[in-house]
Design a protein around this ligand. Structure first.
Ligand code: PRT
Ligand code: ZN
Length: 304
């Protein structure tokens, strides 16, 4: 029998996700695709996992790295921009890294970009010398300025950054961009990307307690499975042995296929998990190379 847990040691994994915002729905959908479900508390800040020892804490995204750092949560789903900004703040304060990116999750994509008024003729970072840059990401902006050897004033704003040049608060901005529509609406043009961002699964640098680590590994395996099958398809077909080399060359980013002989014929029945997109054009190319009875099937779950 395993010894009882030490007092104060949690046995249920706790994941912090954004309560309201761009990442809340996709984060819940991802965890739902991993087969997890929850009962929500009346205050809707805590969701108790009812089919696995995995609970959710619903918070503001900016609080997520700190919650992991303090051990109040074990993992979190947060934008890389938030994680790296806080990591840079810590570095600048002479403190070591405490929370790291465990997985990139493929949603919430955006970039942290420097944008200047459309009537500027952009000639490069040296043009920013002595200028004012409005941003909600002062640490990452200062890192970039330092790397460019440019001295500029960083004006920290918590929102509505794009309007700062029109209000006379700053000359340029450094902000998150996805479609670019907000910059354009404020007569700004992006000239340089400081960071490519997306939602990430964040966790501590240090190891989790063994029970929590085991649950976290289970979750990671499922997340990897979900991410891997997102664009994957199972391709089934038959091919004469003589055509096999040509056919295999055409499979879009496929894992090593499985082959079975078809009785009484010089044919192989094959199945291959393809991670690339299987287009009609690719199917026609496969057919010309000798494949037949081609079938593309969705993949629902995968556990490597
Ligand atoms: O309340 P809470 O603090 O939790 O939320 P929040 O308001 O700080 O964050 P939220 O929900 O706006 O964004 C959460 C995360 O989504 C960010 O940290 C990013 O990782 C990611 N993300 C992806 C974005 C965008 N795309 C995005 N376009 N976050 C913000 N924006 C903003 C941007 O700041 C700008 O104002 O959208 C505007 C630009 O959009 P486009 O499409 O016009 O370029
Ligand atoms: Zn926030």
């Amino acid at each position: 029998m395993s010894p009882p847990p030490a007092p104060g040691v949690r046995e249920r994994l706790r994941i912090a996700i954004q309560k309201n915002g761009r990442l809340s729905e996709p984060a819940r959908a991802l965890l739902g695709s991993c087969g997890l479900s929850w009962r929500e508390s009346p205050d809707k800040l805590f969701c108790y996992g009812d089919n696995a020892p995995v609970d959710l804490l619903l918070v503001r995204d900016d609080d997520i790295p700190g919650l992991i750092d303090s051990g109040l949560c074990d993992l979190g789903i947060v934008g890389r921009n938030v994680l790296q900004e806080q990591a840079s703040e810590r570095r600048r304060a002479g403190r070591g890294a405490n929370v790291r990116e465990w997985r990139a999750l493929g949603f919430g994509g955006c970039r942290l970009a420097l944008a200047v008024p459309q009537d500027w003729a952009w000639q490069g970072p040296a043009q920013l010398q002595g200028r004012r840059i409005a941003t909600s990401y002062p640490a990452l902006t200062r890192d970039w300025l330092d790397a460019q050897g440019v001295q500029a004033e960083v004006v920290v704003l918590s929102g509505s950054v794009e309007i700062a040049p029109r209000l006379g608060q700053a000359d340029v901005v450094c902000d998150l961009v996805s479609s670019g529509a907000t910059l354009a609406a404020n007569q700004l043009t992006p000239v340089c990307d400081l960071l490519q961002s997306e939602a990430v699964l964040a966790g501590p640098e240090a190891e989790l307690d063994p029970t929590l680590a085991e649950t976290a590994q289970m979750l990671l395996r499922r997340i990897d499975g979900v991410l891997r099958i997102r664009d994957s398809k199972l391709l089934m077909f038959q091919a004469p042995r003589a055509a096999l080399a040509d056919v295999l060359r055409l499979l879009p980013d496929a894992e090593p296929p499985t082959a079975y002989p078809v009785e009484g014929q010089d044919l192989l029945a094959m199945q291959a998990l393809c991670h690339g997109v299987v287009t009609w054009q690719r199917l026609e190319e496969l057919k010309r190379a000798g494949a037949r009875s081609l079938m593309v099937l969705p993949v629902e779950r995968m556990l490597a």
